[in-house]
Write a protein of this length. Structure first.
Length: 253
């Protein structure tokens, strides 16, 4: 019961953070590995996906009640994310992501510097691209980040938010809503893979999912209430935490 309580709290916090701007895995995965240090890693990853997909879905639904998205753009991107996330999950069983682990802190640092240096970045919605270009870019980034999510994963939600703001002109609030939809697709693909391979602790994952849903509801409501300026600040905080975590994993562990 103590283990379930600790992981329930972690899932709630992860759901809150992930609903605002992505990066909930920063909280949830380390908690799982700490509580169950001798468990098979793939089993913990599958359990985390089961716990997370429900909260992400609820956050996406909550955002969509207040944020309008163009489904003719978002849906093809979500399909690309789903397919390539599944491919990435298969690929990682053959090719370890060693080089990616070492490169990630530098990529995240560049994102943090760019966001911090551009004070108005993502505060307001920019003029939309033409529909065809927007759809092509959404599919491209959905595929690239989807593959990354299945292959490695840390910071997927934050990457989605960044590309929607930087390349597609979204505000941070709109980008968070769009990112949740694509994140659901990624998580669903990975969950299918982990489920087929028997790498999910179902009872634990579902109990964490309940807590994660409450965290996601609170996080998405807070983001909608306080808007893009608030989401931008949380985004920078999460990216800095990701830099520290991935640098430790890549160079010090």
């Amino acid at each position: 019961m103590t283990d379930y309580l600790i992981l329930g709290v972690a899932a709630f916090v992860a759901g809150f953070v992930d609903a605002v701007v992505g990066g909930g895995g920063l909280v949830q995965l380390p908690a799982l590995f700490t509580v169950y240090p001798s468990a098979v890693p793939s089993s913990l990853l599958g359990t985390s996906k089961l716990a997370g997909v429900w909260g992400t879905s609820v956050a996406a639904f909550n955002y969509l009640k207040s944020v309008k998205l163009n489904w003719s753009v978002i849906l093809p991107g979500a399909i690309a994310a789903f397919l390539l996330s599944f491919l990435g999950a298969i690929t990682v069983t053959y090719i370890p992501p060693t080089w990616l682990r070492m490169a990630l802190p530098f990529v995240l640092a560049a994102i943090a510097v760019y966001t911090f240096a551009n004070k108005d970045f993502g505060i307001v919605q920019r003029e939309a691209l033409n529909l065809v270009t927007e759809r092509k870019l959404t599919v491209l980034f959905g595929a690239l980040i989807g593959f990354y999510d299945g292959f490695f994963g840390p910071g997927t939600g934050s990457f989605f938010v960044f590309v929607f703001v930087r390349f597609l002109g979204h505000s941070f609030l709109s980008a968070s809503a769009a990112a949740k939809v694509l994140n659901v697709a990624c998580n669903a693909a990975a969950l299918i893979w982990f489920g087929v391979s028997g790498n999910i602790m179902v009872a634990l994952g579902l109990s964490m999912a309940v807590c994660g849903v409450f965290g996601s509801l609170l996080g998405s409501n807070v983001a909608i209430r306080f808007g893009s300026a608030f989401v931008r600040k949380v985004f920078l905080l999460i990216v800095v935490c990701l830099i520290a975590k991935t640098a430790y994993d890549g160079f010090l562990r």
